[in-house]
Each structure stands twice: as C-alpha cells, then as structure tokens.
Design a protein. Structure first.
Length: 304
C-alpha cells in the first residue's frame, strides 16, 4: 500500500497499525494480547487470512481485501465466525488488460532483449525478424471482466480470439473451447486471466505447454499458482515454447532458478493492476468500507 494511503488511514483511524508480514508474524507469536482488540484486517488475495489467523483475533469483525482477489481468505471460516469480508472488484480491470497486451507485445517482439542489445552497441546483429501479433490466434483462459477487456483490445489487432471457461458466454463474439489443452493447441498466444486458488493450481502444466508449441507464447496476469513453474522453466530452456511474459510467479518475489538467464522470459513485479487511477479507486472502496463498518452502515462488495 502506497505511503500516502497508509498515512490517510492512520489519520482517520489513529489506532490503525499496518505492519509488514514479518512484523505480523512476530506479533501473533509474542503479543497475543495486542491482537485481542483487532476488529479489522486489511489484506489481499495473495496474502489472505486463514482460519488459524482469525482464531488469534477474537474481536475480528471485518476483513477487507485490498483489491479484487480474495482466493486465500478463508470465507467459510469468516462466515462461521460472523466476520464480514469485502473486496474491490473491477477497479483495476482496464489496467490489468492494458498490461496483458503490453506483455504480449513485449515477448512477441523481444523488446527487453532488443533494448539491452542496442544500448550495448549491437544494432545490426539483432535486426532479425520477430513474430507479429496482428492476425494471430489468441487463447484466453478465463473470460471474466478482465478476460473480456483483453479480448476487446486484441480485436483491435485483428486477432482470432478463443477462450476457455467452465461455461460459455454466448453473448460474446468469441469461440468457446472446452478445455485449456485444446485452447493451447489452437493458440499462438495463451493469456491467463483466470482466478487463482486450488481449482486452477497448475492448470498450465507440461502438457499444456507442449500443446502451445515452439512458436507459442504464454502470458500470465492471473496468479502465479496457475502455472507449474518447474514445467515452464523446462519448456523455456528446451525451447518447447517460444517465450513467456509473467506478471506473477509462484513463491513471488523469489525467482525460479535460472530465470535471470533466459532472454525468452519477461518478468514484471506483480504490477499489472497498478496505475494511479486503479490504486486510488481501490483505496476509495477500502475507505468506504472502513467508514461503513465503524458507523454500522452497509458494506460495498461484501463476500461474506
């Protein structure tokens, strides 16, 4: 959370404490009495809040996810304890979709490697042809709000768009494919825009990468858990696929072994949803829910 947002929260609620993860763990181990009065927890989908953590907070009444994701917040545990859970859906959808297209273009055209080469004085040696995006086949895993925005942007590149979801969306003009393996076979670019969590863990595995093929590119702006990282690294090292661009990785921020040596891998630090506009919007949702909770009013985007 940006420093001005932290300052605003603490100016409105002076008792607010916003520790980092390590400080929170120390607090839980050593100072249970300091947790006894905690009524609200602000977290996010990746960090979440477990049943055991809720048990350490007997006064807890509200969990706010700072963003759209909530996959690691135990909703059943919250419901059983009478704890409300909120999130901020939609506030960064357009920013995430923009970033997905940026990653797709960057890996197709090899932009980071070309930038480094030119700055190192190697102009002529790197003027080889690079794959285009226009007219190519795009497969989108997940066709929620973000997936639909990615598809709209890709349509401007005259891409042939298909997608896979648990159920087709007949109102959309794109081809529905029943599973990710078939979608990978039919794609030049495979973009992941699905939720995280147990249901999608390692959805993209060695077989899917093999199906994507040696001319195919993978883009992930979903969750790192959706991709089997070991299988991806092997696919990149063996040139099973042409390249990958990831905004999220398993065990982030730790990099997979060998990642820094691969010119075919582009990484960004989980910032696809971060723009000034998106951050302000999600902060306003958070402030509204904090104010509503302490005033006894209705919450926005309540999950439980």
């Amino acid at each position: 959370m940006a420093a001005p947002f932290v300052e605003e929260i603490q100016s409105r609620w002076p008792m607010a404490a916003l520790p980092d993860a390590a400080a929170l763990e120390r607090l839980a181990r050593n100072s249970p009495e300091q947790l006894a009065g905690v009524r609200v927890v602000i977290t996010n989908g990746s960090t979440g809040l477990s049943a055991a953590q809720m048990d350490a907070l007997p006064a807890l009444r509200l969990v706010c996810s700072y963003g759209a994701g909530y996959e690691n917040i135990n909703l059943a545990a919250a419901d059983a304890r009478g704890v409300a859970v909120t999130h901020a859906p939609g506030v960064n959808n357009a920013t995430v979709a923009d970033h997905a297209l940026a990653l797709m273009l960057a890996c197709a055209r090899g932009l980071p490697a070309l930038d480094r080469a030119v700055k190192a004085g190697h102009w002529l040696a790197h003027r080889m042809a690079r794959p285009a995006v226009h007219g190519k086949r795009l497969g989108i895993v997940g066709m929620g709000n973000i997936g639909a925005l990615i598809a709209r942007r890709a349509a401007a590149f005259d891409m042939e768009i298909a997608y896979t979801t648990r159920g087709a969306r007949p109102e959309l003009p794109y081809r529905h494919v029943p599973d990710v393996l078939e979608l990978a076979r039919a794609s030049d670019y495979l973009v992941l825009a699905c939720p995280g969590g147990a249901a999608t863990r390692h959805l993209v595995n060695a077989a899917v990468l093999e199906a994507l093929g040696s001319k195919g590119f993978l883009v992930n702006i979903a969750r790192g858990s959706v991709v089997d990282t070991a299988a991806l690294m092997q696919a990149l090292e063996r040139r099973t696929i042409a390249g990958a661009a990831l905004d999220v990785i398993e065990d982030e921020p730790a990099l997979p072994p060998g990642a820094a040596l691969l010119d075919t891998l582009i990484l960004t630090p989980h910032i696809s949803g971060r723009s000034p506009e998106a951050q302000l919007a999600q902060h306003e949702v958070l402030l509204a829910n904090l104010a509503a909770h302490f005033a006894g009013g209705p919450l926005r985007h309540a999950l439980a």
